[in-house]
Design a protein around this ligand. Sequence first.
Ligand code: GDP
Ligand code: MG
Length: 162
Amino acid sequence: PVPVVAVVGRPNVGKSTLVNRIIGRRQAVVQDTPGVTRDRVAYDASWNGRPFTVVDTGGWEPDAKGRAAAIAAQAESAMQAADVVVLVVDGVVGSTDTDEAAARVLQRGGKPVLLVANKIDNTRLESDAAALWSLGLGEPLPVSALHGRGSGDLLDLVVAKL
Ligand code: GDP
Ligand code: MG
């Protein structure tokens, strides 16, 4: 079976943009308004000759109160179906309660996790990404899904864990 990579994180951090970058075309729906992606959408992808399925998650807009629990539950169910989980955080905003809730779930889950600090569009922002070490998921990988910065390094690490 083809291994599965799940992309999780709170709304608007750039999950669908990153999925488009990974699959090399614009198919996952990117929106300034969060909550547009259907619950889970799977796409065929490959890197360095390794095929895998990448799953974009999202699909609702929980209110602020329920959001941390909802995203944590999403991370939990995505993780169960995945071989590798990519947690996307907005590297400029930094970690929020919701990111922390998702990180805790993933820490306990026993699946390989890669932490992406997205929206690191230039070198000047890289120090922001380093703050995400606090999530306890190892090294935050600075990426700009929008511009492609760091996405090759991320994919090298993803396929190394498949
Ligand atoms: P999702 O809700 O997590 O799937 O996020 P989307 O992929 O729909 O992106 C939400 C917004 O963030 C859109 O306006 C994107 O263009 C923007 N965005 C995504 N990645 C980046 C990035 O690397 N840099 C910047 N500056 N904006 C980004
Ligand atoms: Mg999305």
